[in-house]
Design a protein around this ligand. Structure first.
Ligand code: AMP
Length: 196
């Protein structure tokens, strides 16, 4: 089953391995769901943490997986070896642009500073009108609730416009992510064309 308008999803998620089991299970479940749905996974190309779990599960369920990794990280041998396609970029900035440009939608699983950096860059690019891809935070066990509250406080203090609340959506469970994406308007702006 291929979802209307969504052929590839870019996933941002943690590289830490020392994390709770429910987050590992969520990453595996999401990989399985998109692999089974025939949706390509685009991700940071690592084999560590949730990144490795989501990619392994997508591959095991017959899905296509594109890893996008900067040369210096690949050289440190943290790259996933089994990706259907591995794109090696010169630097972190090229990587973030390639990852986002290759995807029809963005999903943010639990993660650390790298995940936040990727999520906020994609949101600020959207805020500037450089793309209009759907962005979904997977609020597994309420992991992103503090972040949503922080953004609500930014809105209350007029640092973020009320209308910008619609830059992202929040799914409470992994099972809710794909049905939620089905309800969101498909992207109409090609990020790459705008940037290059
Ligand atoms: P963090 O949330 O700080 O663990 O960073 C994870 C995010 O940053 C992922 O979505 C990746 O795109 C990127 N990243 C961080 N560490 C690595 C790594 N060792 N290999 C590949 N990508 C990484």
């Amino acid at each position: 089953m291929i979802m209307a308008g969504i052929k590839s999803i870019c996933v941002y998620c943690g590289s830490s391995s020392n994390i709770r089991e429910s987050h590992r299970a969520a990453a595996r479940e999401f990989g399985t769901r998109i692999g089974t749905a025939g949706i390509r996974l685009v991700f940071g190309g690592g084999r560590v943490g949730l990144m490795g779990l989501v990619a392994d599960a997508a591959l095991e369920s017959g899905g296509a997986v594109t890893g996008v990794i900067p040369r210096f990280l690949k050289a440190r041998e943290v790259g996933h070896k089994g990706c259907t396609e591995l794109i090696v970029t010169e630097n972190m900035h090229d990587r973030k642009l390639r990852m986002a440009a290759l995807a029809d939608a963005i999903v943010v699983l639990p993660g650390g500073l790298g995940t936040l950096d990727e999520a906020f860059e994609i949101l600020t690019w959207k805020q500037l009108g450089l793309h209009d891809k759907p962005v979904v935070f997977a609020n597994i066990d309420g992991f992103w609730t503090h972040l949503v509250r922080l953004i609500e406080n930014q809105i209350a203090e007029n640092y973020v416009r009320e209308t910008e609340r619609s830059l992202f959506s929040v799914a409470s469970t992994v099972a809710d992510i794909l049905p939620l994406l089905e309800t969101l308007p498909a992207a109409t702006i090609s990020l790459e064309e705008k940037w290059i």
